[in-house]
Design a protein around this ligand. Structure first.
Ligand code: 15L
Length: 264
C-alpha cells in the first residue's frame, strides 16, 4: 500500500463526496500533497499532506487555481446520479470540460476520471464487458459519463494527457441488493484501484471497470487493469445467500427504467 508513486502532488475533486471521503486516507501514503477540492468546505486532516482549495467546477478560474502545480488529478466531482439535463449540464459537462482543460493548460500529466458502469448500462447481464465495446448509456447521467470519457480520449490523443477512465460499479461498504453481487466495489478495492492509477508506467488512454473480485462480476479483469496493476481482493459472494439471485434485464438495473429520474 506504500509502493512508490510517480505522481506526488495529486488533486482530488469531489473530495467531500461519498467516494472521496473514503479514498483520502488510503491515497495519502507516499504523496507530498493530497490537495482536496469541492464546492463545499472540506477540512484537511491535521498533520497530514492534505490541503484544501475551495472551488466550484463551474468556476473555471477557481479550477485553474485548484489544478496549479499538481502532477495528477483524480476527478470525482459532479452529480453522481440521474437528474434532469439542466441539473447535469453544469457539473458533469461544463465542469468536466473545465477540469480537463485546466489540466491541459497547467501541464498536468495524468487525469483519472470517475466514469460509471452506467455508460454501458444497456448491456445484458450475460455480456462480459472489457471496456472496448460501444457505449450504451442507460440514463442522461450515463450520457454525461460518456461525454467525460470522450473528452479524456480527445485530450489523450490531441495533447498527450494520460487519462484513465474508471467505470465504477457500486461503491458501498457492502452489497445491499442482488445486482451488487455483480457490481460491488468495496472500499478497500477502491483504494487499491485509485492508487493503481498513480503508478509510474505511462498510459495513453485506458478504460477500466471499477469492480471488486466478485465471483459474479460482469466485467472481467482486462489488459488495461493489468497495465495499471489493479488487483482487487474482495468478493461479494459472501453476501449471496442473504441477497438472493439478481433478475436484472440490463446491467444498469433501475437506471434503465423508462421513468427513472422523472421522465414523463
Ligand atoms: C453510479 O454510477 C452511481 O453514482 C451510484 O449511485 C450507483 O448507482 C452506482 O452507479 C451503481 O450502479 O450501483
Amino acid at each position: 500500500m506504500t509502493a512508490t508513486l510517480e505522481f506526488r502532488r495529486v488533486l482530488l475533486t469531489g473530495a467531500g463526496g461519498n467516494i472521496g471521503s473514503v479514498l483520502r486516507e488510503g491515497l495519502r501514503p507516499g504523496l507530498e500533497e493530497l490537495r482536496l477540492t469541492d464546492r463545499v468546505p472540506v477540512d484537511p486532516t491535521e498533520g497530514t499532506s492534505e490541503t484544501f482549495v475551495h472551488a466550484d467546477l463551474l468556476d473555471a478560474a477557481a479550477i485553474d487555481r485548484a489544478v496549479a502545480g499538481v502532477d495528477a488529478v483524480i476527478h470525482l466531482g459532479g452529480r453522481p446520479d440521474e437528474a434532469s439535463f439542466d441539473d447535469l449540464v453544469g457539473p458533469n459537462l461544463q465542469g468536466t470540460f473545465n477540469l480537463f482543460d485546466a489540466a491541459r493548460r497547467a501541464g498536468v500529466r495524468r487525469v483519472v476520471y470517475a466514469s460509471s458502469n452506467h455508460a454501458t448500462g444497456f448491456y445484458r447481464p450475460g455480456d462480459r464487458l472489457i471496456g472496448e465495446e460501444p457505449t450504451r448509456p442507460d440514463s442522461l447521467y450515463g450520457v454525461t459519463k460518456v461525454f467525460g470519457e470522450a473528452i479524456g480520449r480527445l485530450y489523450a490523443d490531441k495533447f498527450g494527457l494520460q487519462v484513465i477512465a474508471l467505470r465504477i460499479g457500486s461503491f458501498k461498504p457492502r452489497p445491499k441488493e442482488p445486482r451488487e453481487l455483480h457490481t460491488w466495489l468495496s472500499p478497500g478495492d477502491a483504494v487499491r484501484l485509485f492508487r493503481s492509477c498513480l503508478t509510474p508506467d505511462p498510459v495513453g488512454y485506458l478504460v477500466v471497470y471499477g469492480v471488486s473480485a466478485n465471483t459474479r462480476r460482469w466485467w472481467p479483469s482486462t489488459e488495461a487493469a493489468r497495465t495499471i496493476g489493479y488487483e482487487p481482493r474482495d468478493d461479494a459472494e459472501q453476501y449471496a445467500e442473504e441477497l438472493g439471485e439478481s433478475s436484472e434485464r440490463w446491467q444498469g438495473g433501475g437506471f434503465t427504467a423508462r421513468d427513472y429520474g422523472g421522465w414523463t
